[in-house]
Each structure stands twice: as structure tokens, then as C-alpha cells.
Design a protein around this ligand. Structure first.
Ligand code: ARG
Length: 458
């Protein structure tokens, strides 16, 4: 088959070498964007008089036919035609004849491919933001059901202080809010049009870059043509934001995995999000959460892959850049599916409030309450800390908890301790008294939920 760039070549091409160089299997994911970019380009060529109005009109209608065929799944791409750009040009030629050859006037695949990727990412970042919004909505709805569900809060994965389960969920709501905002910031750099940079140096044709950018809905155009065709910072930034988002999902997945274990039994995931074992009949594994934790690795890999591709590249376009797309598409798919799965897992998970509460009563997570109690009565906090520490040590030796220490023993330790201590030691009281802003107090959690609902327009 004849190459669109074949003029300068004498030797025949070799199929397996062609296959190595081709990107069509990957870049057909942006077929839609390629046609939209071409439509804007030919409109500009017509309006600036670079092409005759009839020529531009013929090319436009050919491209529209391709759009319809693409939507119906009727376009066939081939490896011989290398990538999405050359495949589309060939298909256009088959549709409208030689005038198709005028579409590429004042354009290169270098600015074309960059334009396609900017368009692709702009749309998909918005879809990811919507998927984050859905997960946040599920978290806030679950939190609203569990404002007064008390669970152990951890540091070092050791019981630290009791907290509201809703508070724990809302921490993830906040992380996701930052993720969404980071993606919003990245749109500033995604929403810039490289079209018109041509191969690297601009063009002698009197093109109108503002017009194409405007038709495509871009906010700005690249100021420098070399930068326009070699910049992939916008993809790196997306992959960095995606890595942070996946890290958040992975931490949460890890907690769900712990919480569903026999040792914790804090939550049960519904059957749809779990799988069994082929040998152990009793097993119900949190596979979806594990997979999300695992897929975080491929997203980090995509970020490092592209950073490495870029690090030694001289300006401007180099074929290495063809390696920029697979990781981007894969990351988009991974984020969209992981977020969707997570949303379903949260919506349907069963929370064992009683188990969580009991777990706060067989521990020393109320030790801070006792120290604070003494400090509030005037004892320097450091002394209070020392006294309670010794008491905890004594209790662990005798095998009981602070709430089981008789009042007489307390008063022997410090006359400041009175009968009201037992209520202060109750985990529910401990949570409810943490009124400080952003703390786990029920009133604080309720107001965080209200703010979140407003932000999400729930
Ligand atoms: N398939 C190529 C890529 O993805 C398109 C740009 C090719 N440009 C070139 N000068 N060979 O990077």
C-alpha cells in the first residue's frame, strides 16, 4: 500500500517494521478528536482563503461523513496507514477523492497529534471530575447515616482516640475535593491549542490560529511553535494528579480490606464487590478493593514511563513522543473504572456500628480523656500524662481498662479525680466533647456534612 509520505522513498516497506512503527491500535482512541480538529482546521483554511470555498466545503462534508461512520463503527483502520491521522486522511480520500489531499495544507501531524491529545484530555478530565463528585456524594450520604457511630481512631495502626465513623469518611471526602481541584487547575494547561505550529516552525500560509482555537473551544494558543509540538507537560501533570488520586483510593482500599477482615469486622462489602476462593469454601475476598490498590501501581508506572520518555528529548518532535498516549489512555480508563467501583462499594457496604463501638471499649483509647481531665483541673499536662501512663501500665498488668478502675484507687492516685470521671471515659463522650473546629465532635461532623452537601449540591 502506498504511504502518504512515500514520495521520497525508493525501497518497499516491510510489514513487520511498519507494525513496530504504527500507533493506530492505540491512537484510534482519539479518532473523534482527530476529526473535530480537522474540521476546525479546514474551516479556517476556507475562511482565510487558503483553500477555495468549494474545496473547504467538500472536505468538511467528507469529514462529517467520517464522523457518522465512526459513530456507527463503520471505519476500518489499518497498520499500513500507521496512525489515526494518516488513516483518516486515507479514508477521507476514499470518500471525496484527491481534494482530500488539501486538508493537510499548513498543518503537520506534529501539531495535529498534540491538538488531538489536548482535546481528548480536556473532555476526559471533566469526566473524571464527575466520577470523583459521585464518589464524594456516596461518602457524604454514608457519613450522614453515621454521625454518631463511634469507632477507634488510629495512629501507627494502634488505637489512638475514638472518633465518629462519619469523620473518617469525611477525611476521604476532603482528599477527593483536592483531587478534583488539582484536575481543575490542570485544565488551565490542557486548555491551550497547539494547532498552527505545523511541524515545528509555523507556516508560510496566512493561517488564523485564534480562529481554530476558538472553533475548538480552547481558551488560549501556545505562544511558541516549538513548545507547542514538543510540550507534554500537560499529560505529565494529568498523570501526577492521577497518581495522587489513585494513592488516595489505594489508602482507602487498604482500610476497607482491613475493616472486612475477621480481626476487624467493621464493615461487610456486598457480594457484587467480593469474590470467592476456588479451594476454600468459606472465603469472601475484597477483590475489587485489592485491585484498585494494585492498579495504583500502573498509574504510577504511566507517570514514570512518560517522565523517562521525555527526559532526553531534543526539541522538537521526536518519534519517542508516540509513546505518550498509551499511558494516558490507560490512566483515564483506570481512574474512571476505579472511581465507579469505589462509589458502588461505598453505597452498598454494610457498617457494623456495634462492633466498632465495642472495639473502643476494650482499649486505652480514653487515656487522653483522663490526662485532659487532670489538666483541666490545673495539673500540668506533662504530669497528668506521666500519671496516666503509669496507670495504663498497671492496668495492662492486671488485665483491666481505665473504666474498670475503682474510684478509691483513682482517688489514691489523685484527689482531683471524682465520680464524674467514668462518664468522661466513655468513648461516646470522648467523641462528643471534641468541639474544636474540624474535630470529630458530633456537632463538628454534622456541620462538615452540611458544608459538603452544599458543595456537592446534594
Ligand atoms: N503517530 C505519531 C505520534 O503519535 C503522530 C505524529 C507523527 N509525526 C511525525 N513527524 N512522524 O506521535
Amino acid at each position: 500500500m502506498e504511504k502518504l509520505w512515500g514520495g521520497r522513498f525508493e525501497g518497499a516497506s516491510t510489514p513487520w517494521i511498519d507494525a513496530f512503527g504504527a500507533s493506530i491500535e492505540v491512537d484510534q482512541a482519539m479518532a473523534e478528536q482527530d476529526l473535530i480538529g480537522s474540521l476546525a482546521h479546514v474551516k479556517m483554511l476556507g475562511e482565510t482563503g487558503i483553500l477555495e470555498p468549494e474545496e473547504a466545503a467538500a472536505i468538511s462534508s467528507g469529514l462529517q461523513i467520517l464522523q457518522q461512520k465512526l459513530a456507527r463503527g463503520e471505519l476500518t483502520f489499518t497498520i499500513q496507514n500507521e496512525d489515526i491521522h494518516l488513516n483518516m486522511e486515507k479514508l477521507l480520500h476514499a470518500e471525496i477523492g484527491p481534494v482530500a489531499g488539501k486538508l493537510h495544507t499548513a498543518r503537520s501531524r506534529n501539531d495535529q497529534v498534540a491538538t488531538d491529545m489536548h482535546l481528548y484530555l480536556k473532555t476526559h478530565v471533566q469526566l473524571i471530575q464527575e466520577a470523583i463528585h459521585d464518589l464524594q456524594t456516596a461518602l457524604v450520604a454514608k457519613a450522614a447515616e453515621h454521625i454518631e457511630t463511634v469507632m477507634p481512631g488510629y495512629t501507627h495502626l494502634q488505637h489512638a482516640q475514638p472518633i465518629a465513623f462519619a469523620h473518617h469518611l469525611l477525611a476521604y471526602y476532603e482528599m477527593l475535593a483536592r483531587d478534583k481541584e488539582r484536575l481543575q487547575d490542570s485544565l488551565k494547561r490542557i486548555d491551550i491549542c497547539p494547532l498552527g505550529a505545523a511541524a515545528l516552525a509555523g507556516t508560510t500560509f496566512p493561517i488564523d490560529r485564534a480562529m481554530t482555537a476558538d472553533t475548538l473551544g480552547f481558551q488560549a494558543i501556545y505562544a511558541n511553535s516549538l513548545d507547542a509540538v514538543s510540550d507534554r507537560d500537560f499529560i505529565l501533570e494529568f498523570l501526577s494528579d492521577a497518581s495522587i488520586l489513585m494513592m488516595h483510593l489505594s489508602r482507602f482500599a487498604e482500610e476497607l480490606i482491613l475493616w472486612t477482615s475477621h480481626e476487624f469486622q467493621f464493615v461487610t462489602l456486598t457480594d457484587a464487590y467480593s469474590t470467592g476462593s476456588s479451594i476454600m469454601p468459606q472465603k469472601k475476598n475484597p477483590d475489587m478493593a485489592e485491585l484498585i490498590r494494585g492498579k495504583t501501581g500502573r498509574v504510577y508506572g504511566n507517570l514514570f514511563g512518560l517522565l523517562t520518555v521525555l527526559k532526553g528529548l531534543p526539541l522538537a518532535y521526536n518519534k519517542d513522543l508516540q509513546e505518550d498516549k498509551e499511558g494516558m489512555f490507560d490512566t483515564v480508563e483506570t481512574l474512571l473504572s476505579s472511581l465507579k467501583i469505589f462509589t458502588g462499594m461505598i453505597e452498598t457496604m454494610e457498617v457494623h456500628s456495634e462492633t466498632m463501638r465495642q472495639s473502643t471499649e476494650k482499649d486505652f483509647s480514653n487515656a487522653t480523656e483522663l490526662a485532659d481531665y487532670l489538666a483541666a483541673k490545673g495539673l500540668p499536662f506533662r504530669e497528668a500524662h506521666e500519671i496516666v501512663g503509669k496507670l495504663v501500665l498497671a492496668c495492662t498488668k492486671k488485665g483491666y481498662y481505665l473504666q474498670n478502675v475503682p474510684l478509691a484507687d483513682y482517688q489514691a492516685i489523685s484527689p482531683l479525680i471524682e465520680a464524674d470521671i467514668y462518664d468522661k471515659l466513655a468513648s461516646r463522650t470522648a467523641v462528643s466533647r471534641r468541639h474544636s473546629e474540624g474535630g470529630t465532635g458530633f456537632d463538628q461532623v454534622a456541620s462538615q456534612i452540611e458544608k459538603a452537601k452544599q458543595a456537592l449540591q446534594m
